[in-house]
Structure formats: structure tokens, C-alpha cells
Design a protein around this ligand. Structure first.
Ligand code: PLP
Length: 383
């Protein structure tokens, strides 16, 4: 598929000052700061200076974020809650589960800590948490989920891309298995959204969550929760707030009357500065187009995979996984990350894996620079 070269790769690098001095391969931790995001923060501050409390603008900006998330997920804005984090979205979902009838929560071993910890916190409400473990090669096949899901299961949690290994889950199949058993499926997609083309409805997950820190190029403090529209009425979160009310401006404290759609998973005052930044970051992703970004990233990932394999390294992430995160096993990953940092190459580590993440602003030269550095640090690569 053709790539829109004027919005991707070499043509867009000038938008990100850090790329002038660093080979930035750490978008899985945080996306690079752009001029556009910096200007958005300025715009927020200018509005505050000029007009004081811009309430109407803030509510409108929160809805603009809702709409942007919806476009990225190919969903309807009514299916999106604007959150401050994945944590808020997941907590909202579990607060709507009736664990008396279905106490089981199934989680994969690749869940981000917040998902696992929230699941285990539900043990205080009688939940039973079951972990689905990976195979020796690091993959987790849907069959392993099938073994853990039963008629007492309320929720099945999986990750679209593992933050630890770069493996992708077959979310569509896991969602199907969950639904067959009458359970919900939640796909934490933080490590995918913005770097892969995403169609929430086609995937069939009931809930999808993520945020703007990584491939959406914004800052911390802004996330989303997609809730499939057929579920809105049956889910009543007990974790709530005034921005989740059917009429925010009525200021009514006499009852609990949540919005009829996914906005019932919103909470308090929206994270306004982060919304300005998030909208700017997402606009860069949208300008490039997620299909084009996915193709661009897949080509870079293949180049990295081949080069690292040629060096005799053990690449944990399967080739062709269509994951923006490629993990390479190291004998001493902390030393390897430090050695790369000394050469102005930014990567990160998890377990004993070097995490290399690729995004729209990365180019073949970034991959080649990294491969050269890995060659010089061959003793730190595990076979
Ligand atoms: C897969 C995944 N989920 C969740 C998070 C973060 O969750 P929260 O937005 O609650 O801090 C991260 C990264 O920090 C992540 O990589």
C-alpha cells in the first residue's frame, strides 16, 4: 500500500525536535514531543490568560477528544468515554460488573500492572482471578484463554500488543470466546493505538482502552474507554462523577442518573491541558493515516528483525507480528540500554528484553544506527 510520504518518515521529522539529536526508539514509553503539541499547550495557556475560566470551550474540547478517539477506533463518539488514564477506564468497567453471579475475571500474563492489580482488588468483592500464561515462545494462543473462560466468567482481559514482548493477541478470537460464554472482553490497546490501524467494531471487543502518552503523541493524563453501544444500558458503573451525569449542568445531587451512552464512564472535570496536547498529537497521527503508519512501521520492524537475527540475536517478537514494539533478548538489558543511551539511541527495557519501538517519524537510518550499535555491543545480546 502506498505511503503518504509528506506526512510520514523523513518528511515529518522536523516536527519533532528530539529527533535532531537522538535516535528515538522509545515511543512505547512516550511519543516524541512535537512543535504542534507544544503550541497546543500555549494555546491553552493563552485562552486561560485572555478569558479566565473557559468552561464552554473545555467541554467542547473534551467532546472533540471523544470524537478523535472515535475516529481512530472507527467507532461512534457515543461509544467513547474520555478518561484520565487506562486505570480510570478499567476501574469504571469492573465497578459495573455483578460479581455475585459471575465472579471470575480472566487476565493474560501480559496485562499492564494496572489491569492485573485492579482485577485482584476485586477479590475484596468476591472475585476469582485466573491468569493465562504464555507458551515457551512467548505467545498466548486463544485456546489458552478458552481453557480459563467458563460460565462464571464476567470479564476477559487481553492486550492488543504486549508492552513486555511486543506479541499481539488475537483479540477478535478472544472476544468471540468471551461472548460465547456470556462474558465481556476488554482489550488494553495502549501499545497499539496510533501505530496500527484499528477497527473496534470489526475486532468485536466489548471494551477497548488506551491513552495519548505513546503512539498518539500527546502527554500523560488523557485516555479513552470504548464501550460497544449495545452494552451501554446494561452497564451501570458505581465508580462515577458529575461529568458522567445525563445533564452535567443540572448540578443535581438527588439521584444517580448517568448519561445514556459511554459518557457514563467519564468522571470529574476533564483533563483540559492534556486534551489540548492530545488533540494536537492525534491530529499528526490522523494526518498521516493509521493504515500508512502501520505499513511504514511494519517495514521498519521487518528490517530490524532481519538485521538483529543476522547478528545472532534472539528477537522475542515474532517477525510479521505487525507490532510497533520489537523486543530483543539481552544478557544484561540495563547495561545495553545505557550503552545505547551513551550513543544517543533511546530505547527501554522490560524483563530481560530490549524494547525498540517504531513510529511514523522513524526511518531506516534509525534502524541501521541501532543495528550498528548492537553489533558493537554483541556481548550483551542473548542468543
Ligand atoms: C499496555 C499499557 N496499559 C496501560 C498503561 C498505562 O496505564 P495508565 O493510563 O492507567 O497509567 C501503559 C503504559 O504506561 C501500557 O503500556
Amino acid at each position: 500500500m502506498a505511503v503518504a510520504t509528506h506526512k510520514i518518515g523523513a518528511a515529518i521529522r522536523g516536527e519533532f525536535p528530539i529527533l535532531g539529536h537522538t535516535t528515538y526508539l522509545n515511543s512505547c514509553s512516550q511519543g516524541a514531543l512535537s512543535h504542534r503539541v507544544r503550541a497546543a499547550y500555549e494555546e491553552y495557556l493563552d485562552g486561560w490568560d485572555a478569558h479566565g475560566a473557559e468552561w464552554a470551550v473545555w467541554v467542547e474540547r473534551a467532546d472533540a477528544a471523544r470524537a478523535a478517539f472515535a475516529r481512530l477506533l472507527k467507532a461512534d463518539p457515543s461509544e467513547l468515554a474520555v478518561t484520565t488514564s487506562v486505570t480510570q477506564g478499567v476501574s469504571g468497567i469492573v465497578s459495573a460488573l455483578d460479581l455475585r453471579v459471575r465472579p471470575r475475571i480472566v487476565i493474560s500474563e501480559y496485562e499492564f500492572p494496572t489491569v492485573g492489580q485492579i482485577a485482584h482488588a476485586q477479590e475484596l468483592r468476591g472475585a476469582e482471578v485466573v491468569h493465562v500464561r504464555p507458551e515457551r515462545d512467548g505467545s498466548i494462543a486463544p485456546e489458552r484463554f478458552a481453557e480459563a473462560i467458563d460460565e462464571r466468567t464476567a470479564l476477559v482481559c487481553c492486550t492488543t500488543v504486549s508492552y513486555r514482548t511486543g506479541h499481539r493477541h488475537d483479540v477478535a478470537e478472544i472476544a468471540r470466546l468471551a461472548r460465547e460464554a456470556g462474558a465481556y472482553c476488554l482489550a488494553d490497546s495502549y501499545q497499539a493505538i496510533g501505530a496500527v490501524d484499528f477497527d473496534a467494531r470489526a475486532i468485536g471487543a466489548d471494551f477497548v482502552t488506551g491513552g495519548t502518552v505513546k503512539y498518539l503523541l500527546g502527554s500523560s493524563g488523557l485516555g479513552f474507554l470504548y464501550v460497544r453501544r449495545e452494552l451501554h444500558e446494561q452497564l451501570l458503573p458505581s465508580q462515577t462523577g458529575w461529568f458522567a451525569d445525563e445533564d452535567i449542568f443540572r448540578m443535581d445531587i438527588s439521584d444517580y442518573s448517568p448519561a445514556p451512552d459511554a459518557r457514563r464512564f467519564d468522571a470529574g472535570t476533564p483533563p483540559v491541558p492534556n486534551i489540548y496536547a492530545g488533540l494536537a498529537g492525534m491530529s499528526i497521527v490522523e494526518d498521516a493515516g493509521t493504515e500508512a503508519i502501520e505499513e511504514h512501521v511494519a517495514a521498519l520492524a521487518a528490517r530490524l528483525h532481519d538485521g538483529a537475527t543476522e547478528l545472532g540475536a534472539h528477537v522475542v517478537t515474532p517477525r510479521g507480528a505487525r507490532s510497533p514494539l520489537v523486543c530483543i533478548r539481552s544478557t544484561d538489558v540495563t547495561a545495553l540500554v545505557a550503552a545505547l543511551a551513551a550513543e544517543s539511541i533511546a530505547c527501554s527495557e522490560r524483563d530481560s528484553n530490549l524494547r525498540v519501538s517504531l513510529h511514523l517519524y522513524n526511518v531506516e537510518e534509525d534502524v541501521d544506527r541501532l543495528l550498528d550499535a548492537l553489533r558493537r555491543n554483541r556481548s550483551l545480546l542473548a542468543q
